[in-house]
Design a protein around this ligand. Sequence first.
Ligand SMILES: Cc1cc2nc3c(=O)[nH]c(=O)nc-3n(C[C@H](O)[C@H](O)[C@H](O)COP(=O)(O)OP(=O)(O)OC[C@H]3O[C@@H](n4cnc5c(N)ncnc54)[C@H](O)[C@@H]3O)c2cc1C
Length: 388
Amino acid sequence: MRILISGGGVAGLTLAYWLHHRGFTPVVVERSPEGQVGGYGIDFFGTGYDIAERMGLVQRLEQGRIPADSVAFVNEAGRVRARLERRLVEEVVEGPSLPVMHGTLEQALAGTVNGNVEIRHQQTITEVRQSDDGVAVTFADGREEDFDLLIGADGVHSATRRLVFGPERDYARHLGYHLACFPLPDDHELGPTRFHYTSQGRQVVVYRTDRPGEMIALFLYKARDEGVIPRAARLARLRKEFAGMGWITPRLLDGAPADASIFMDSMTQIVMPGWHHGRVALVGDACGCMTLVSAQGVSMAMGGAYLLAKALHRHLGDHRAAFAEYERRMLPEVAHRQRNARAVARTLIPSTRLGTSTQNLVMRLLARKVFAPVLRRRFGAGSILAAG
Ligand SMILES: Cc1cc2nc3c(=O)[nH]c(=O)nc-3n(C[C@H](O)[C@H](O)[C@H](O)COP(=O)(O)OP(=O)(O)OC[C@H]3O[C@@H](n4cnc5c(N)ncnc54)[C@H](O)[C@@H]3O)c2cc1C
């Protein structure tokens, strides 16, 4: 059975691996050129870690571990007001956690399918026509090809979703923030600590990457949804939004890459009542983006991919039953985490000094081990595969 996967990110590559493993013939089309790395740091635990273990990837990922022993909340002078140790995360998730760069994970996943799965880079789909027998797809270069099934793993702004399920606005739920990030030389001697600095509806986060001498600066600010901000306008927008911020903020903006290779997006969830239509299904952020606030997007992307391949194998020849089973198992897990993420987003970045002080106090309380079970229940951070 030939299955086209649109999107060779975390969900798409995990799906390709497990489909190949179970005897299917996946083909991946990925918009980006081959070998792009970097991006941003992700906290990787629970379901994602569980699946990485099943794919034999943990050792490889350990080699790319980001130095991250604690999270420190600092004021405009850089004085630490609260600190969360990494140990707490491991208490909450009741297992190991592994901070890595998103690109490191993608590279490791690509290594698991290398030579076994056809991956076509710099390619996208532009048209989808379904029939009883299959899915006819037109690619951006005009070529047409038939597949048995099509899976959209093309992220929060999924083209598959737009072509088959309708426009993004029908499913987008903006959480009230914009975010941006870029890599720059670490001239600030950050060490193994991730720093958060919050002021009046804005937050700057910095941490080292796995490359010596490199760090990431992440900027979050309250804003209505403006859609895509053109690349050429991104740095100017950040300078405007973060004007007057203390600590190292001006130096971070001065160090921004001149080529405007700045990742920028609105913080938007994708909430859908159903994830499949005929011979097409969605996986990962394409159908269930939770945003960075949940810190579980990678886990749900990998978990969804794993369970989708498993369901297709169990219901061989009956994609309807397979898609229904996958959705029954995954959708409630994602919906639960989306609700939690929305609750967190409401108080993520206080707009006043008093709000920020209160937040630091709450962080100091949460740092106590006694709160780990509360956080675990609230965020559902354990592996969803624990039950089999
Ligand atoms: C700043 C930031 C921090 C985050 N931190 C965490 C964290 O700590 N923990 C966590 O679990 N999650 C985190 N996330 C979320 C996590 O990155 C996503 O949930 C996860 O990457 C989803 O995987 P995906 O494969 O569904 O989508 P993506 O990783 O977005 O992959 C989609 C792929 O599809 C490709 N694509 C897009 N459009 C097309 C097209 N038309 N045709 C072909 N290919 C296409 C893209 O190039 C990409 O390779 C964070 C996200 C951000 C932005």
